[in-house]
Structure formats: structure tokens, C-alpha cells
Design a protein around this ligand. Structure first.
Ligand code: GLA
Length: 632
């Protein structure tokens, strides 16, 4: 017994010793480092009160939409989370710190002892076959309290501390209450309270709310305390694991792309907002779309990019804008975004129910292969997204971002299908089918998205390019040392701001992240003068985890991208299977022809691709795993 203990201790010491290098980020680990906490193997689907009602919520409104979700058949199609957002709380009772519910609006929450409880409410949703979601805040005060009308509906009442209904300082207590006692299944955790309550903020100066030194500087990433923000969300995840049996919960991180959440959400949460709030207008939809559309490698089973909830039914996505509503739905489906309805379903027309309930479009979003769509063609006017499906076929969305009709071409290579064989397309909105070989002219009306399921003969007959399976490629270390704002996100006029400031600037970190079929800086991958349309582009000093779903061999052409200007840069590439080195190149320089790597990976679960640079920081050094593919 004693000997065993010593042996175990020695083994542990060996693992932790620096000589073994076990904790160096670029060392192959043989593991898949996406969170296993919570349960979101596919993008969550459901309904949320915020876009429909703001903080003016009550039980009747929520249950009415829940009932319609069941009665209309939307529940059977997958919409099952019914989530209340901001506005449900009355106050935090000072005697014991318990958060109380606004029982005037949620009468079933009334209890004889005055404790209030959402248990009857969640029981009711569960009895309807649905799941129940609640909303909280990582700081002391919610977004509605900070930015909303203090006299408006849904505001907690009482003294300053009674109005501190957020998780800050109460994570374990609140999560035990919401999940252990009230039996919720899903929580969205917002972050305004750690962003907006500096001592000189209007809310603090007026004496309305207590100061909390901001951890997040929304506009300035280097002034954000990223480790502290992560630590808070980690505590929430731990508390959820402790309080909800069977890992049956969803943690939705709502930091709107700030705090470099792009790089770490996969390790802590089940979905993560990539941008500020959506509004029911076209420009804002573009903004939210762009915040997620070039992050195809950062969405994974159990952790999804969240460009915010659907606004279908309202404003520029209402009945008079069916084209726009369908585009919004098509794009969110292709991006594997959570499909969370934000509309008062009592007002939904049959046409709107048809948009939300299109089973073929939902099937793309919920496809078992779980790959976010990749940009096969990227531009300001038109974008073409493709998505590899579990049955081996593809989906393709041709999207006209502009306000005028436009004629475009779909070519076989967008789909990675052979140009000399016929390709069949089925329109997922009108059911029509057509075939083409090589290329097809497509007319798009203003704001229109044509969405097809496609079948053809694969270019890569025996396997899949890695860029066709982004859900299986995880940039565990993407080489970004200093997060930089992403200039590729459309910056329309924010509805709640005006032109009184000096403009909309890039804010969300993410520039330089790993990409499918592009370099980290949105160029076509190019090595030694040759361009590659199939590649994973990343930075030097990166490590990609690749999940092997039954393939036997891995091949690639690895090299430094021609965009690298510094001739002194050196990078060497290595490939590992389940933590064991299979192949390492020598140190390569810019302009070198790519190194051919072909290794057997049969039986290996995780293949790792490491690009090691000759300096500790190489944030502008793009490298390509060109033609990277797994074959049978
Ligand atoms: C933030 C979030 C929204 C919503 C509101 C509620 O703005 O991003 O989705 O939850 O708070 O106040």
C-alpha cells in the first residue's frame, strides 16, 4: 500500500517536472480540450423572453409561448429550452442572501414562507416536455439595471445591496438555488456588472448602484483582466457540475466577444456570445453574423459560437420581410448558432412559424457531424458558406448582403466536389431541384439567401480535408499572444448610439485566429508561390487538436505562408498521434517549398499538428497546413 503510494507520488512528480515538459502549451497532449461540463452536443434550440419582451416579463407571457412551441410542433422539431431573461428578480434578501422572485409577475412562485420558488414554474415546463432556462449576471447588477430605465418594469427593488441580484460573491449559493432547488436546466450569465460600474460611471456617481472595479474594458482588450473573468465563469461551471446531476445543464456565456472569450469559451462554457446585442434590423444582423462567421474552428460540440438570439418575426425580419427572415434563419442554421426564438409566438403568422419550423433548415443546424459552415467565398457583397453533413453530402448558402439584386456563380470547388461530375442541388426553402456540372449561375434578390443541400462527387474521394470538418479541428493553442480586435466584422450604425462619437471601431478579439481555407488574416493560403484552396491557416507557435473519426492516414503540405515578410523567421512542423511524435520537419524559412508529411494514424483518437516558431512571440507569422486531409 505504502509502496504504491510512493510510486504514485513519483509518477506524479515526473509528470509535473519541467524536464518532461508536460505542461508546455505546444507539447502534444493526446487529449481533446473542449469542456466536458454541461450538455450541448448540438446547438441548443428554444425560446428566450428578451427579444420579445425586454424586462417586461411575466409567467403568462412565457407559458403562452411555451404552450405554442408545443402545440405548433416546434418542440417536436427540437425547440425545447424555454428561457427567461432579465427582469425576473425582486431582490436579494439580506438576512440570508437568497434571491427572491417578483411574485406579482410570477404568481406560481409565491410560497407560504415568503421564500419564493421557481420550482412550480420549472415543473410545469418539464411536464410540457420542455427544459427551463434562467438568466443571471456575473457581477452584482444586471444589464437591465445598468442600462435600462431604473423606473421601468422588471427592476429589482430595495436598498443598493438588496438590488444586487447578480452572482458576484454568491456563485455557489445562487447556482444551488437555481439548479439544486428550482431545477433549471440552462443558465445565461451576462457580464454588464463587471464592465460598467467603475467609480466614475453615472450609475455609481448618482448613488444608484455600488462600484465594482471593471474587469472588462470592452473597447480595449489589454485593459481587461482576462484571467479574473475566466476564473469567475469557471466557478460558475464548477457550481453547476456540483448542483445538477448527470451534467444535464447548459452554461451560456454572455460576454459579447469581450475579454478574449473567443479563445477560452470552449474550455468553460457551452455557448458564448460573439458580439453585442442583435437588433431587428439588417445591418445589425450582418454585424452579429460576421462576429461568428470566420470563427468556424472555434465552435465545437458542447461549445458553440453564439451570434445572439433570432429576431425573426420583428422589425426587418417580420412578415413584410420574409426574404430577410429566411436569410437570418438560414445563416444561423449554417453557422451552428443556437436557434433561440425571440418573438412573442402569440403574434406569429403561419408564414413566420414556417420560417422557424422549416425542418430541413433545422436539420442543417442539428446535423450530427456538427460542423459550423466554412466560407467558401468571402466578400462584402456576397458570401458563400458550405457545410459538410453527417451523411457525406453538403449544404451551401449563397448570401446577398446588399440591397440590390446580384448575379453570382456557384462553382464545384466551392463544394469541394469534382468539376467534371454532375452536382445536384435541392432548395431547402422551396424544395426545387436542379443539377449542374462545373459551375452554375445564380441570381440572388436583395438580402436573399439561397440554401441548398448538395450532392456530387467528392474531390477527396477517400477522405475529408480538415477544412471540411471544422468541428473536429480544435485550435487548442492558436498562437495569439496579444488578442487583437477583428477588423472583418461589419460595423453598421449601432441603433442605441448615434454619430455623436467618432465611429464604430473593431472591438472583438479574434484577428489572427486559426481558419479553414484562409490564413489567420483572411487571405488565400499560399506557400512558395502556390495557392491552396484546401488548408488550415494558423499562426506559428500553435497546436491544433484533430479528432480522428476512423481515418487511417493523415497527409499535408506544411509551410510558412507567403504573407510572412520577415526572412529571419523559422518554423518547424510536427504531427503527433495520441501524444506520440510521428513526424517532425526541419526548421523552415519563408519561401521554402512546403514539406510533405504523410503518416499513418489508424486507431489514433487525437492527431495533433504543431507549428513551432523560433521566437516566443510570432503573432504575424502565418503558417499553412495545406491540403491537410484524413483518409480512409
Ligand atoms: C445584455 C445581453 C442581452 C440581454 C440583456 C438583458 O444586453 O446581451 O442578450 O440578456 O443584457 O438585460
Amino acid at each position: 500500500m505504502k509502496r504504491l503510494a510512493i510510486a504514485t507520488l513519483l509518477a506524479a512528480t515526473a509528470l509535473a517536472s519541467p524536464a518532461s515538459g508536460a505542461d508546455k502549451p505546444l507539447d502534444a497532449k493526446g487529449t481533446w480540450s473542449v469542456t466536458t461540463r454541461g450538455s450541448a452536443p448540438l446547438p441548443p434550440m428554444g425560446w428566450n423572453s428578451w427579444n420579445a419582451f425586454g424586462t417586461d416579463i411575466d409567467e403568462e407571457k412565457v407559458i403562452a409561448s411555451a404552450q405554442l412551441i408545443v402545440d405548433s410542433g416546434l418542440a417536436a422539431k427540437g425547440y425545447r429550452y424555454v428561457n427567461i431573461d432579465d427582469g425576473w428578480w425582486a431582490k436579494r434578501r439580506q438576512a440570508d442572501g437568497r434571491v427572491l422572485i417578483r411574485t406579482d409577475n410570477f404568481p406560481s412562485a409565491r410560497t407560504a414562507d415568503g421564500n419564493t420558488s421557481f420550482r412550480p414554474f420549472t415543473d410545469r415546463l418539464h411536464a410540457m416536455g420542455l427544459k427551463a432556462g434562467i438568466y443571471s449576471e456575473i457581477g452584482r447588477n444586471s444589464c437591465g439595471q445598468i442600462y435600462g430605465d431604473p423606473k421601468g418594469p422588471g427592476q429589482p427593488a430595495g436598498t443598493i445591496t438588496e438590488r444586487e441580484i447578480g452572482l458576484y460573491g454568491h456563485i455557489d449559493q445562487d447556482i444551488a438555488l437555481y439548479f439544486g432547488e428550482w431545477n433549471f436546466d440552462y443558465i445565461k450569465v451576462d457580464g454588464c456588472g463587471i464592465r460598467a460600474l467603475a467609480a466614475d460611471s453615472p450609475q455609481v456617481k448618482s448613488g444608484r448602484l455600488r462600484a465594482l472595479d471593471p474587469l472588462i474594458d470592452y473597447d480595449t482588450i489589454p485593459r481587461t483582466n482576462i484571467p479574473a473573468v475566466k476564473a469567475l465563469f469557471d466557478q460558475v461551471g464548477e457550481a453547476l457540475s456540483r448542483n445538477k446531476p448527470g451534467n444535464d445543464f447548459v452554461l451560456s456565456i454572455c460576454l459579447w466577444g469581450s475579454a478574449d472569450v473567443r479563445s477560452w469559451a470552449r474550455t468553460l462554457g457551452n455557448l458564448s456570445r460573439t458580439s453585442e446585442d442583435i437588433s431587428p434590423n439588417w445591418e445589425r444582423m450582418l454585424h452579429n453574423l460576421d462576429s461568428a462567421s470566420r470563427r468556424e474552428l472555434y465552435a465545437k460540440p458542447n461549445s458553440w459560437n453564439d451570434p445572439d438570439m433570432l429576431f425573426i418575426g420583428s422589425g426587418e425580419f417580420d412578415d413584410a420581410h420574409l426574404t430577410e427572415a429566411r436569410s437570418h434563419m438560414s445563416l444561423w442554421a449554417m453557422l451552428n448558432a443556437p436557434l433561440i426564438i425571440g418573438f412573442d409566438l402569440r403574434k406569429a403568422s403561419p408564414a413566420m412559424m414556417g420560417v422557424l419550423g422549416n425542418a430541413q433548415v433545422i436539420a442543417l443546424n442539428q446535423d450530427a457531424a456538427a460542423h459550423q459552415a466554412v466560407l467558401a467565398y468571402d466578400g462584402d457583397s456576397v458570401q458563400i458558406f458550405t457545410k459538410t453533413l453527417a451523411d457525406g453530402s453538403k449544404a451551401v448558402a449563397l448570401f446577398n448582403r446588399t440591397g440590390s439584386p446580384i448575379d453570382v456563380k456557384l462553382i464545384a470547388s466551392h463544394l469541394k466536389y469534382r468539376a467534371d461530375q454532375p452536382i445536384t442541388l435541392t432548395d431547402l426553402w422551396d424544395g426545387g431541384t436542379q443539377s449542374f456540372t462545373s459551375e452554375m449561375p445564380v441570381h440572388l434578390e436583395r438580402h436573399q439567401t439561397l440554401l441548398f443541400k448538395a450532392s456530387g462527387t467528392r474531390e477527396r474521394a477517400q477522405g475529408l480535408y480538415l477544412s471540411e470538418q471544422p468541428g473536429n479541428v480544435n485550435p487548442a493553442v492558436d498562437g495569439i499572444v496579444h488578442p487583437m480586435a477583428d477588423p472583418m466584422v461589419y460595423r453598421g450604425l449601432l441603433p442605441w448610439r448615434s454619430t455623436k462619437a467618432d465611429g464604430e471601431h473593431p472591438v472583438y478579439g479574434g484577428w489572427g485566429g486559426a481558419r479553414a481555407d484562409a490564413t489567420p488574416f483572411a487571405q488565400t493560403p499560399k506557400i512558395a508561390g502556390r495557392t491552396y484552396h484546401n488548408a488550415i491557416g494558423t499562426l506559428a507557435n500553435s497546436r491544433l487538436e484533430v479528432r480522428n473519426t476512423g481515418f487511417s492516414s493523415f497527409t499535408t503540405l506544411a509551410g510558412i505562408d507567403d504573407s510572412v515578410a520577415d526572412p529571419a523567421v523559422r518554423v518547424r512542423f510536427s504531427v503527433h498521434a495520441d501524444g506520440k511524435l510521428l513526424k517532425q520537419t526541419g526548421w523552415m524559412k519563408p519561401g521554402d517549398s512546403p514539406a510533405t508529411i504523410a503518416v499513418p494514424v489508424k486507431g489514433a483518437r487525437i492527431v495533433e499538428l504543431v507549428a513551432e516558431g523560433n521566437r516566443p512571440e510570432m503573432q504575424t507569422v502565418a503558417v499553412d497546413w495545406a491540403e491537410a486531409a484524413l483518409d480512409r
